[in-house]
Design a protein. Structure first.
Length: 131
């Protein structure tokens, strides 16, 4: 979750990761609980702009469906499951497992609503400037 990453990683680590991700050209599809949007309000001003130019497609689901302490990444034939708070990751390299997770992600996305995270973060920044 965004909150876990803000607590676990230093500001410099977060900035480095976002900068690298933005340069990678990777399009990330993310599924998150609606409360996660509020986490962007805690991102420091000097890092908020890093969250506004990402190639990202977001789907928000009701919080009761997304009370998870893991992040799951699926790329190519690899699935990585991370527990940020425990500094733990499980990585599986299998085309069958990756395809299964992609299909599960697709099914889950049908239950949520699309969110333009770049626009949302820009709005958070705009609101901060007004205060």
């Amino acid at each position: 979750s965004v909150e876990a990453k803000l607590q676990h990683f230093s500001l410099e680590e977060g900035k480095e990761w976002q900068t690298s991700f933005n340069k990678s050209g990777i399009i990330m599809e993310t599924i998150f609980g609606e409360h996660s949007l509020k986490s962007y309000e805690k991102v420091p001003d000097d890092q908020l702009s890093l969250y506004t130019h990402r190639l990202i497609i977001g789907t928000a689901l009701p919080d009761h469906l997304m009370e998870l302490n893991t992040d799951i990444f699926c790329y190519g034939d690899t699935v990585a499951i991370m527990i940020v708070e425990k500094d733990t990751a499980v990585i599986m390299n299998s085309s069958e497992i990756a395809e299964t997770f992609r299909n599960l992600f697709y099914i889950i996305q049908q239950l949520g609503k699309k969110v333009d995270l770049n626009a949302y973060v820009k709005e958070v920044a705009t609101q901060r400037k007004k205060q």
